[in-house]
Design a binder for this molecule. Structure first.
Ligand code: ADP
Ligand code: MG
Length: 677
């Protein structure tokens, strides 16, 4: 059903719901509250304590009085009574209250109590006639919303959606699992995740939904692992006498860490076991060279190799760098992205199939069906957290059990990495090449704004470029004081009117994004206002300033990644973290950023300060976000789910049984991650 025909929606609201990504009744049912307000606690007037938020029932005992305190500020006041005492309720500037509240009628009032020496007052309470039970007297869900729709309206829409489909959901968990784990029925859970009567009911509903999410993940990962096992026998890359030639051709010496990681890769490649390895290394640690060594080896052993990057610019950057390193060895490197003309694409695909191309570098265009290799023996994905597990799989399936390498700059503490990348071996490049300059980092409050702007101006005057990163794309009514790209673009275009200021964000079309990035790279744009889309490793050596607006809203690992965008050339570089919070934790986190330049130290500290739940929330990883489950606080559930996942696969390794259809579909959905920058 089109949402617009759901009771309480209509065309205008349907449009807003669409903007929130909600298109069907099912989408609505699966749009969960972010929080709840317990309005179910009732008190008598004589029991009301200063500062508490509660509901009380009372009769209106007086007419509403209006008090004009300023030209455009009026206070509306009424005296209300129950059998234990009286209280005053007040509203500001809400003239319509006069019509809504009638003397002698009993209402429920919900709000924060002010008790000043026995004078009890409640300002701007939520109210309704007693026993209406719509907005008071129960647990009220709070949804993440956007401008144009209120909590009350949205709640009503969810009620109507619920009424339309309640009881029709089929359980995707096999009944033996429900029984064994004492999980509540799905229809009951959906009602109670939205409208629980008690907190206990909510917990029970949340538990089941979290369980289902974690079971789906555990099953999915386990299946990938099992599949990997059956393909255990892979390629043996035995020829390696030419390796030294390549290493000698580099204009620098490998760092110890690069060398160690190379040896780990080399060992895997020689072995007939399929390599399945994750290479983690801070930005600039030199992952590309190591990957190139692996590709060189594969080619010298008579195989093709391929490398997939998340964006066209990154792919091109890799292509140029790798081509330069490998061409002296008569290795043919090609690039395939969405921009390649039809004719050229045809030629590339033909040459790839014939084996004339040794190495193909590209974007997700590589995943297309008509991309066929002669014999690809090594598959590499860069910046893995941008791709889903499934996409990695598609690329690998283009070869006969090729070795795979996954490269990421996200510094994940090892304990977490094991959960996330359970199907991969892990190598860490934990050392930067010598001579890297430290990026000076300053954390500043709003009062430094003018000085910061002057500093940016000076850099731009001497020909350098700046990144300015904001948390949001557009202004949001929900998040006061949080900077958005569109709003900051206007601001900075005015402040730096003599410079060329442009914006970049994920909602732009891929072509537009690439174009802006290219122009920035070519120095045609002086300052780039952007979301975190620029965090993926594009090299602009002339960019020396990274400004982050509302830095308090980013994970430290992410700030560190952003900082890695500058200091890539010969110029001294700076990172300026603007924050707007008085919290101690925020201050400490900013201090860590000022003191440390080591991604692993930073992510460990962040974990310490914020706790794992939060850490995962902002961290990008190869897995989709869960709606309710939390990998840390729900670790106990995860363990149970893992055990059950094993049992399910034992009964039904291919998930072909009727009882597992629901789960099988959920796995597909969970691992079918969008590619987006
Ligand atoms: P990342 O790990 O972020 O992908 P890159 O592989 O892009 O890092 O390397 C960053 C830069 O460091 C490149 O310009 C590369 O040529 C250079 N580099 C890599 N290894 C070394 C090394 N051992 N010594 C000096 N420079 C190196
Ligand atoms: Mg890189």
């Amino acid at each position: 059903m089109n949402l617009q025909y759901l009771k309480g929606v209509g065309p205008a609201r349907a449009e807003i719901l669409n903007k929130m990504g909600l298109y069907t009744v099912d989408d609505l049912i699966n749009y969960f509250p972010r929080d709840y307000e317990d309005r179910g606690v009732y008190k008598k007037i004589c029991e009301l304590q200063d500062g508490e938020t509660v509901t009380f029932n009372a009769f209106v005992a007086s007419n509403i009085t209006e008090n004009r305190i300023r030209r455009n500020m009026s206070i509306y006041k009424a005296v209300v009574k129950d059998e234990t005492g009286s209280a005053i309720v007040t509203w500001f500037n809400q003239a319509y209250i006069k019509k809504q509240i009638r003397v002698g009628v009993e209402y429920s009032f919900y709000g924060k109590v002010k008790n000043t020496l026995g004078r009890i007052e409640m300002q701007s309470p939520v109210f309704e006639e007693v026993n209406t039970g719509k907005n008071t007297g129960k647990i009220i869900p709070k949804y993440p919303l956007i401008y144009g729709i209120t909590q009350n309206v949205f709640r009503g829409i969810i009620e109507n959606a619920m009424a339309a489909v309640e009881g029709t959901y089929l359980d995707s968990l096999p009944s033996w699992v429900l029984e064994k784990e004492k999980l509540a029925d799905i229809n009951w859970c959906l009602r109670n995740i939205h409208f629980p009567m008690t907190l206990y009911d909510f917990e029970k509903a949340r538990y089941r939904i979290a369980y289902e999410e974690l079971l789906t993940m555990a099953l999915g990962l386990l299946r990938f692992k099992e599949k990997g096992k059956t393909e255990y026998r892979g390629i043996k890359f035995t020829i390696d006498e030419k390796m030294q030639d390549f290493v000698d051709s580099l204009p620098y010496n490998l760092t110890n860490a690069q060398y160690r990681v190379w040896q780990e890769i080399d060992k895997d490649m020689k072995d007939d076991k399929s390599m399945n390895r994750l290479v983690q290394g801070d930005v600039g640690s030199g992952k590309t060279v190591v990957a190139t060594m692996a590709m060189y080896k594969a080619v010298k052993n008579g195989y093709q190799a391929t490398l997939m990057a998340p964006t066209a610019i990154l792919a091109k950057q890799h292509y140029e760098g790798i081509k330069k390193m490998l061409e002296p060895f008569h290795i043919k490197v090609e690039l395939l992205t969405g921009d390649v003309t039809k004719k050229n694409k045809g030629l590339i695909l033909e040459a790839l199939k014939n084996g004339e191309i040794d190495i193909l570098i590209g974007t997700h265009a590589l995943l297309e069906e008509n991309v066929e290799f002669a014999n690809v023996g090594l598959v590499i994905t860069d910046e893995q957290h941008r791709f889903g597990v499934r996409q990695r799989g598609i690329l690998s399936s283009k070869g006969q059990k090729p070795d795979t390498l996954v490269m990421t700059a996200t510094p994940i503490p090892r304990t977490l990495a094991i959960i996330l990348y359970g199907d991969l071996d892990i190598s860490i490049i934990d050392e930067l090449p010598p001579g890297r300059q430290k990026i000076d980092t300053y954390a500043v409050r709003r009062n430094m704004e003018m000085r910061v702007n002057e500093f940016i101006r000076k850099e731009m005057q001497s020909g350098r470029q700046a990144y300015i990163v904001c948390p949001l794309v557009e202004e949001s009514e929900n998040m006061d004081g949080v900077k958005s790209v569109t709003e900051q673009l206007e601001y900075y275009q005015e402040v730096f009117h003599e410079f060329h200021v442009e914006m970049l964000h994920g909602k732009m079309r891929p072509k537009e994004k690439d174009e802006i990035m290219l122009r920035f790279k070519n120095g045609e744009i002086d300052a780039l206002i952007s979301t975190t889309v620029i965090e993926v490793g594009v090299d602009v050596p002339n960019a020396t300033i990274m400004v982050v607006e509302n830095a308090e809203r980013f994970g430290l690992a992410q700030l560190h990644q952003l900082r890695g965008r500058v200091g890539r050339g010969k110029y001294k570089s700076y990172c300026i973290l603007k924050y707007d919070s008085k919290s101690d934790v925020v201050r400490q986190r900013m201090e860590i950023m000022q003191k440390s330049n080591d991604g692993f130290v930073i992510s460990e500290k962040d974990l310490e300060l914020r706790g794992p739940g939060d850490f995962f929330g902002t961290m990008q990883h190869g897995l989709p976000e869960f709606r309710v489950a939390n990998l840390f606080t729900d670790m106990a559930i995860l363990k149970k789910a893992q055990a059950v996942a094993g049992m399910i696969l034992e009964r039904d390794p291919e998930l072909m049984m009727e009882e597992n259809h629901g789960l099988s579909k959920k796995i597909d959905k969970l691992f079918e991650e969008k590619i987006s920058i």
